[in-house]
Design a protein around this ligand. Structure first.
Ligand code: G6P
Length: 374
């Protein structure tokens, strides 16, 4: 059943629309609310004997490639906040190229949908040989990374067939956010924050269902953008990853040049590209970086940038009153879960752009679902 397209034209489309269910499966049995003590908590069976060691590590190193790297980047701030352990990011091939420092006191977290990516596997062998605790986050039971790590969590997103990863991305972020909650479980001071996140986890499938209703709107936007040469996506904080992942989707399937840019770096180069023609998506949903994104929008407008602003429902008037921008309005969730919502319209945009431009959605030119050679 899972490997049939059903009512959909393409696997990527099916997998985008499956996300309310795949997220439900990812969460199943792992988030506990209520009970005698009314405590809310997270249970990650595969890690329960290792949480103390991870909390005491000198640092956590997230390692992956492509979309899996972007998912780890999205989860980095909440893992740092709730665990108090510094988190560094490594693209697997770069860690191996540099033979970067990995210590016995490190926890190395390997994120891979397939669990078979050669670069990630090589980084795993390297980290193991340096004595780090190795944790696997994969979607494939029995995969090389699942077998080769000391412990781990399966994301349970179900089989993903489209080469461009969609539902695995959102489930990976969900699992790494649960990891953050589990690591922070012993802290009284963060309890209110953790409980708010757990509450929003339970609402997540319905919020994703809500954001999927933007499908027609994103098809219209794709129609408008289909002839473009290039698309920039600006994000920051939790949504820097959204910018990178949205741009990756657009380039890998729609074969359109697209760049995800950290909005804080705008004035250090990208601003030179801004004119009346180049389309720019700015992710400016409500979180601690909102006022900074407001000023980014002002600066882009001052240079007559062609803006498409992704914002929280109801915020549009405060961001751009003159009718100069288009909006993608999304439902609000806790900041660390917002990347799960925000990527959905960009997945839909990449999908529709691909269909309109006449390219192969499920098997993009030159790409493979799982890159098992170096
Ligand atoms: C390939 C795929 C990407 C994927 C990356 C990492 O490049 O085309 O969609 O993100 O591999 O794959 P993994 O299975 O390790 O998550």
């Amino acid at each position: 059943e899972q490997i049939k397209k059903g009512k959909y034209d393409h696997y990527m489309q099916k997998e985008i629309h499956e996300q309310p269910d795949s997220l439900t499966t990812t969460m199943r049995g792992r988030l506990i609310r209520g009970g005698e003590s009314k405590m809310k908590s997270v249970v990650l069976g595969g890690l329960k004997d290792h949480l103390r060691t991870i909390r005491r590590s000198r640092r956590i190193v997230f390692i992956g490639c492509g979309t899996s790297y972007n998912a780890a980047l999205a989860a980095r701030p909440i893992v740092e906040e709730l665990s108090g352990v510094p988190v560094t990011m490594e693209l697997a091939s770069d860690l191996v190229d540099r033979q970067g420092p990995i210590y016995r006191e490190d926890t190395a977290v390997f994120v891979s949908q397939s669990g078979e990516t050669a670069d990630t596997l090589q980084a795993l062998e390297y980290a193991k040989s340096h004595g780090a605790l190795c944790v696997g986050i994969t979607n494939t039971v029995g995969s090389a990374i699942a077998r080769g790590t000391h412990c781990g969590v399966h994301i349970n997103a179900g089989c993903e067939i489209g080469v461009a990863s969609t539902k695995a991305y959102t489930s990976q972020i969900a699992v790494m956010t649960m990891l953050a909650l589990a690591l922070g479980d012993d802290s009284i001071s963060s309890r209110i924050r953790r409980e708010a996140i757990i509450d929003d986890f339970f609402d997540l499938p319905s919020k994703v269902r809500e954001v999927l209703k933007l499908d027609i709107e994103m098809k219209e936007l794709a129609n408008l953008l289909m002839e473009e040469q290039s698309l920039l996506i600006f994000g920051r904080g939790y949504n820097y990853a959204t910018a990178l992942e949205g741009a990756l989707k657009v380039k890998e399937v729609a074969l359109m040049h697209s760049e995800g840019i950290l909005a804080g770096e705008m004035k250090h180069g990208p601003l030179a590209l801004v004119d009346e023609t180049l389309p720019i998506i700015v992710v400016a949903t409500c979180d601690a970086t909102f006022s900074k994104q407001q000023s980014v929008i002002q600066q882009l407008k001052a240079r007559k940038g062609r803006l498409i602003v992704m914002c929280t429902k109801g915020d549009a008037p405060s961001l751009c009153s003159s009718g100069a921008c288009r909006f993608i309005e999304v439902p609000h969730v806790e900041d660390c879960l917002q990347p799960i919502i925000n990527i959905v319209p960009l997945q839909l945009l990449a999908y529709h752009l691909t269909v309109l431009r006449g390219y192969n959605v499920d098997q993009p030119r030159n790409l493979a679902k799982s890159v098992t050679t170096q």
